[in-house]
Write a new protein. Structure first.
Length: 337
């Protein structure tokens, strides 16, 4: 199946590239704009992108036809980033971990306990003086980031016991995202990091290969993890945005008035997605608690923060370019708490 998917993705990439080169990416006088992401049609990200589709076609429908492809229909996130680089597609939603491979500065968002609160996190992400330093750092790679999408807070959830302190993680195998920062975070907290693809997590939990994982509340319901894990602990160790990226050449070639309309559309995506995210989290918590029997815990965060402090120091020493961004974030933390 994996081999077939790779062949299908390669064939699709070739077809899309051929369409771009031969002009088949347009219907009559309309230019087709393709947007890919890896979430379902019910996910806040998809709903936000549909709002963008409607907005662009309302304002520029005589010239552009927007098509949104959910559920990895255009390939994995890595595939879609590569297609966006080449211009085979125009936009895609990318994870922070993937963008880190193109600009090391994105690693700042992987730092655990970087933000003191959701209010601080949102304020930082809405501050273009901070985000532009990251969003425009990939232009040479063929794309730029155009807006951010809320992915909530990442927290620990486990099969057999709640996580009330770092000591509760000792001896537990916890699935983390495949990044060195997350592996080191688990080491400092006393747990055993088990990096793996997200699609493998449910089976690993069910077969007890791992004792728990870390993600937002939607993983409990949308991905069924609440069927196995009955304890969800709000340590709020990460707030990592998803990023909508656009092909640099396409964006650069837009006429000035068109670019202004697209910028309005990017703001609309962010607004709608965040509103939908709040509703989706509330619904997920309600379902997880009342239908799946998940208990939500609220441990004291400070012991977790203290345990991970050395990771902040080592990352900042290894990447001095992100120090000004880090300091700006700390100012928001002090202001908003």
């Amino acid at each position: 199946m994996k081999v077939f998917k790779k062949i299908l993705t390669a064939a699709l990439a070739s077809a899309l590239c051929f369409g771009v080169l031969t002009g088949c990416g347009s219907t009559e006088s309309k230019r087709i704009i393709r947007i890919g992401h890896n979430q379902s049609q019910e996910h806040p990200t998809h709903i936000g992108l549909l709002a963008f589709e409607e907005f662009i076609e309302e304002k520029l429908g005589d010239k552009y036809d927007v098509e949104v492809y959910p559920s990895e229909l255009l390939g994995s996130q890595t595939d879609m980033v590569q297609l966006t680089q080449t211009g085979a597609i125009d936009f895609c939603v990318a994870s922070n971990a993937i963008l880190e491979t193109f600009s090391k500065n994105y690693e700042i968002f992987n730092l655990p306990y970087l933000f003191a609160s959701s209010e601080s996190y949102h304020a930082v992400m809405d501050d273009t003086e901070i985000t532009d330093q990251l969003f425009k750092s990939t232009e040479k790679a063929g794309f730029e980031s155009v807006t951010w999408l809320d992915a909530g807070t990442r927290n620990f959830y486990t099969v057999s016991k709640p996580i009330e302190s770092p000591e509760d993680l000792k001896g537990l195998k916890i699935r983390v995202q495949q990044s060195p920062t997350n592996v080191e975070m688990m080491r400092l907290l006393g747990g055993s990091a088990t990096p793996m693809g997200f699609g493998e997590v449910y089976t690993a939990l069910q077969s007890k290969i791992i004792d728990g994982a870390e993600n937002n509340e939607l993983a409990l319901t949308d991905n069924g993890h609440g069927e196995v894990c009955k304890y969800y602990s709000y340590d709020m160790h990460q707030m990592v945005p998803d990023i909508l990226i656009g092909n640099y050449s396409f964006l650069s070639d837009l006429q000035e008035d068109e670019r202004e309309i697209f910028e309005e559309g990017f703001k609309l995506i962010n607004q709608v997605q965040r509103e939908e995210w709040t509703s989706a989290v509330e619904a997920a918590k309600d379902r997880a608690q009342n239908e799946m029997g998940v208990t939500f815990n609220y441990p004291d965060q400070q012991p977790f923060v203290d345990a991970c402090a050395p990771l902040h120091e080592s990352v900042l020493e290894g990447n001095p370019d992100i120090v000004p961004i880090y300091e700006a974030i700390q100012e928001y933390n002090e202001k908003l708490g």
